[in-house]
Write a protein that binds this ligand. Structure first.
Ligand SMILES: Cc1ncc(COP(=O)(O)O)c(C=O)c1O
Length: 367
């Protein structure tokens, strides 16, 4: 069987270092916002080349706290509209709702699956105050065009970089996390940089936002038992922070391996029934997922199952068709709906062997 994602194999590469990190944490007994969180925040800010990084409990909270932080410092207000891609994981949209803002769902560019610039332009209204771009499947959204639009209309531009740790823009050599006003990351175990549990972070160069989010994530408190604002409990766990420091060291080489596998798939998969993902062969895509599209997905799934190849669908139901988001179900989003019906993700991970990659290729070419 070829696993979709062998998390045991991924983390077992760091077994001794992870055990040593655990023992260090056990011995120092700093469990909450201790030096390990500070250390990882400094390392990750340095990695993304941003001034600040604030660890949070998960990626959804990172996104929500960016929006709440902007409300706190007066740059957004309750009820403001925020453009989000319709074709995303539900968290992007939930964050907007949790921050008492109003999501405006925008169709993707079918070539990249990322938010369509034309659709952003045509859906723009004066009450829109921010855009969240998602670097879906690990490929950077067209941030330069979105930056131009944001400047023109005085909007905040936010990255949902939950799937794009380490992606680099090819024109300006800037990393995900440093492409806009603020960025949210998830360290969910399956991510390119994954913890051994939940975790998230915000990166930004905005001092005021950094201060607001640092307070909000910790009960609105800087000094123990003094609460300045209505805060939350959303701190990056100290133990997860030590694990992330270990795993950050191989993020770039892991991403290179993902790119290598993707290039191999793109070169060797020869089946007219499948549409392969767009890739310009640069570092702007870190292949969190390798997504192919085809008409008779159920047939293809049977073929993969028969040949013991695991697969996943990112995602089977679009957010506006989820029961939880019923109030958006009337929206006409045909591109998003079509994508969700046709896509399927193939195995890709830094621990997939050449032999496994070749087996996947062979199985697909005989479909
Ligand atoms: C695009 C996107 N945004 C946000 C999130 C939320 O991250 P988390 O699951 O850590 O809350 C995820 C991950 O699951 C994601 O894929």
């Amino acid at each position: 069987m070829i696993p979709f994602l062998d998390l045991h194999k991924i983390n077992n590469r760091f077994r001794e270092e992870l055990k040593a990190s655990f023992e260090q944490s056990l011995d120092t007994s700093y469990y909450i916002l201790g030096p390990n969180v500070k250390k990882f925040e400094t390392e990750f800010a340095h990695y993304c080349e941003t001034d600040y990084c604030i660890g949070t409990a998960n990626g959804l909270d990172a996104l929500t706290l960016i929006l709440k932080g902007y409300i706190e410092i007066g740059k957004l207000k309750k009820g403001d509209k925020v453009m989000v891609p319709a074709n995303t994981f539900i968290a992007t949209i939930l964050a907007v709702i949790h921050a008492d803002l109003e999501p405006v769902l925008v169709e993707p560019n079918p070539k990249t699956y990322n938010i369509s610039i034309n659709e952003v332009e045509s859906a723009f209204t004066e009450d829109i105050k921010a855009i969240i771009m998602v670097h879906l499947y690990g490929q950077l959204a067209d941030y330069e065009s979105l930056k131009t639009i944001s400047k023109q209309h005085n909007l905040l531009l936010i990255e949902d970089a939950a799937q794009a740790h380490g992606a680099i823009s090819n024109s300006k050599n800037i990393k995900a996390g440093n492409l806009a006003n603020a960025a949210a990351f998830s360290f969910y175990p399956s991510k390119n940089l994954g913890a051994l549990g939940d975790g998230g972070a915000v990166t930004t160069n905005d001092k005021e936002l950094n201060e607001a989010i640092s307070l909000l994530r910790n009960y609105g408190s800087k000094v123990k038992y003094e609460n300045e604002v209505i805060g939350y409990n959303s701190r990056l766990d100290d133990l997860q922070a030590t694990f992330l420091s270990v795993k950050l060291k191989t993020l770039d080489s892991d991403n290179e391996r993902r790119q290598q596998i993707a290039q191999h798939y793109l070169k060797e998969i020869k089946n007219p029934k499948l549409r392969l993902p767009f890739y310009d062969e640069s570092k702007n895509h870190v292949f969190y997922a390798f997504v192919v599209e085809l008409e008779n997905r159920d047939d293809f799934i049977n073929h993969l199952n028969k040949n013991a190849i695991e697969w996943l669908i990112h995602y089977p139901i679009p957010p506006h068709k989820q029961k939880a988001l019923q109030r958006f179900s009337h929206l006409k989003l045909p591109i998003t709906e079509q994508i969700h019906k046709r896509i399927i993700s193939l195995p890709i991970s830094p621990v997939l062997t050449d032999q496994e990659v070749n087996t996947v290729i062979k199985v697909i070419n005989t479909y």
